[in-house]
Design a protein around this ligand. Structure first.
Ligand SMILES: Nc1ncnc2c1ncn2[C@@H]1O[C@H](COP(=O)(O)OP(=O)(O)OP(=O)(O)O)[C@@H](O)[C@H]1O
Ligand SMILES: [Mn+2]
Ligand SMILES: [Mn+2]
Length: 654
């Protein structure tokens, strides 16, 4: 827009000058239309300026302090010029009208986009937005300015969803900060004066611990807020809440925290919002960048130069990955004939379930048949295990629990047959919940075949039954849930006399402690494993390097075998790998767990922890899960511990 500039182009006091931004306008050149928003210190109107739609920010000016502030604000804005900053088009700095005219950004604020529209950006969009904002903030910092109010509500979006950092109402020159801080604290006892009072609840969650402690604001405090913002963008969750309520509606009080409690927790206990998950497309390095940004020690937070570099390299990696996509043949699903287990389960399954903490202990009625697996000859020299088992499952840092498991010692009243299983759900908990209900019955019904074959068939049939159920569910709900493709990993240990069979699909794991050492009883099925990758491709699936690792496309699944995941069948097979182990007196215990444990605790550590724990299987399970949580496991954690020989809870077995 070329607007006529009337010389001398200064404000009425002469303190604000600009070569390109008109600073006094004739009353006929603008009209205010309807208000867009009422901020805490201004009303923002849609306006027409020189025939063009713009946004007019009209600050509330009630004291001479406010007027001084307006002029400082305007001086600062006149010195800004960066494509990532909300653009000042003109200002009117004469009584009685004091107004800023900004470019009108049509798509509202990032906060509304995330929490009112419930927009979930792709990783590309997250990287694009964070990089542009980082560059804008870098420009501010390099010009000696700190923003002091970085939060999604102050990020405006245009139609292309490009972000613009806005609201410089609290921005200050670094050189003036000391004085500003002193002034504010003296006048109100709070970091930013009246602003603090009005906005504390909404903005507290973006404030760095040093600000909450009423120490100096530095540019590193902006970095902190920026870290919180990136995480909010990834999770879609308002910091410290799971509420996706209207952006304005959330208050700290609704989160069951009082303002003081939250402040105390952020400052003293290092409380931070729940970190986004590495899940499908989120690169680990982005998460560690967030953590560096919101670190407690301002001097250890990265500078914006570093943040920009890091984001640029992530952005490039993302580009490369997407260009390096391998195209391979898609093949139609050939195992379409699902076995019919209709009706029975439908009522029990919550298809959109996000899961709850479920610990299933199932006891099936006595059905003859399982005995067939026990050796018919009563071999008195055969080693006899003495089984005691326990489990512990926790949602961990996740919002929802998608793991399920069951313990079935003495299955069907058979003294020497025991079954234990863990299912780790993804894309919802439905597959995990279904499998935990169905698998035992299927294994039981297959007892006329060999034990290993029964396990294998039971997995395959659980998968077919689940997909069949899902299809009928979809038909009953028509198209609305066609994008629903829940799946789960499954690991089952079946102990028959002294033979231990472990069947596995996915990345849960079982280990055996034999004479003090660990033995793996299962192997993880992940796209990082070359054999699995080749198998998936051979079977018509697509493997791509997405974000940070090999994944099955298009869903971005890391596991290459699973129950469910009907969009990736048959390549992501439900056929388990089965190990068979003859147990002897050397065998002390079996540990099964979902990847939430194994991600952060290795086999030898697991054995060490059990060695140091009272020999009670539930306690051991709980200790392992707790240890994993303390080590920062970001996932659901389920652990089953089975002692295979007699132990007293009071005794240490080593
Ligand atoms: N250029 C613009 N284009 C579109 N909408 C805008 C623009 N500027 C501001 N708004 C809207 O007005 C709201 C308030 O603007 P701004 O944040 O600048 O005011 P404020 O009074 O400082 O608010 P607060 O301090 O409460 O965040 C924004 O959240 C946004 O919804
Ligand atoms: Mn604002
Ligand atoms: Mn503001």
């Amino acid at each position: 827009m070329v607007m006529e500039i009337v010389e001398p182009n200064t404000c009425i006091r002469g303190c604000c000058t600009s070569e390109s931004i008109p600073l006094h306008l004739s009353p006929s050149s603008f009209t205010l239309r309807s208000p867009i928003a009422r901020g805490s210190e201004s009303v923002v109107y849609e306006a027409i300026l020189d025939g063009r739609r713009v946004a007019a920010k009209k600050p509330v000016l009630s004291t001479s302090d406010d007027l001084d502030k307006f002029h400082r604000h305007l001086q600062l804005l006149c010195n800004l010029d960066h494509p990532g900053l909300a653009k000042l088009l003109a200002a009117h700095a004469k009584p009685p009208n004091y107004m800023f005219f900004f470019e009108l950004y049509e798509s509202g604020t990032l906060a509304e986009k995330l929490h009112v529209e419930e927009w979930s950006p792709s990783i590309d969009q997250v990287l694009m937005i964070t990089l542009q904002l980082a560059k804008a903030l870098q420009n501010l910092h390099n010009n000696g300015i700190v923003h002091r109010d970085v939060k999604p509500a102050n990020v405006l979006l245009d139609e292309k969803l490009s972000p613009y950092l806005a609201d410089f109402g609290l921005a200050e020159y670094k050189k003036d900060l000391r004085e500003v801080n002193l002034h504010n604290w003296r006048s109100s006892g709070k970091p930013t004066g009246g602003f603090y009072k009005k906005n504390m609840v909404g903005t507290l969650i973006y404030m760095a611990p040093e600000i909450l402690r009423k120490e100096m604001f530095t540019e590193k405090s902006d970095i902190y807020s920026f870290g919180i913002l990136i995480n909010e963008l990834l999770t879609g969750v308002v910091p410290y809440t799971d509420l996706r309520a209207e952006a304005q509606a959330h208050t700290v009080l609704e989160m069951n925290y009082t303002e003081q409690q939250l402040t105390a927790a952020i400052v003293s206990s290092g409380l931070r919002p729940a970190l986004a998950e590495t899940g499908f497309h989120v690169p680990k390095s982005l998460l560690s960048l967030i953590q560096k940004c919101w670190g407690a020690d301002p001097s250890k937070r990265p500078s914006l130069d570093n943040v920009v570099l890091e984001l640029e390299s992530l952005w490039e990696q993302e580009r490369e990955k997407q260009q390096g996509q391998t195209n391979s043949i898609s093949r139609s699903d050939k195992d379409g004939e699902a076995i019919k287990i209709t009706g029975e389960y439908r009522d029990d399954i919550n298809w959109s379930s996000q899961g709850q903490c479920l610990s299933k202990k199932l006891f099936l009625s006595t059905v003859p048949g399982l005995k067939m697996w026990s050796s018919s000859t009563d071999d008195s020299s055969r080693y006899v295990t003495r089984v005691s088992c326990g489990s512990f499952a926790t949602c961990g840092r996740r919002e929802s629990m998608e793991d399920t498991h069951f313990l079935m010692p003495h299955m069907c009243n058979e003294e020497n047959i025991h079954l234990f299983a863990i299912f780790d759900g993804h894309r919802g908990a439905a597959a995990a919940e279904f499998s935990a209900q169905v698998l035992p019955g299927l294994i039981q019904s297959l007892s006329s075949t060999s034990t290993g074959e029964a396990l294998s068939q039971a997995f395959i049939r659980t998968d077919l039954a689940f997909r069949h159920e899902l299809d009928s569910h979809r038909q009953s709900k028509r198209v609305s849930q066609k994008d629903l493709h829940p799946g789960c990993t499954a690991i089952a240990s079946l102990l028959v006399d002294n033979k231990l069979f472990v069947a596995n699909v996915g990345d849960s794991r079982a280990i055996l402690c034999r004479a003090g050492h660990s033995f793996a009883l299962s192997k993880a099925h992940l796209a990082t494993c070359i054999e699995e990758r080749n198998r998936v491709i051979r079977e018509g699936g697509r493997i791509e390097w997405l974000v940070d690792t090999w994944r099955v496309s298009p869903a971005g699944l890391q596991v290459t075998r699973s129950i469910g995941d009907d969009d990736l069948k048959p390549a992501v097979t439900a056929e388990p790998e089965i190990s068979e182990t003859i147990l002897s007196a050397d065998d002390e215990f079996l540990v099964m767990a979902s990847d939430g444990l194994w991600d952060v605790v290795n086999d030898e550590e697991v054995i060490g922890i059990i060695r140091d724990t009272v020999k009670e299987p539930s306690m051991c399970s709980k200790r392992l899960a707790t240890e994993a949580a303390e080590r920062g496991s970001g996932d659901n954690i389920t652990v089953i511990v089975v002692f295979l020989r007699l132990v007293s809870t009071a005794e240490r077995i080593y």
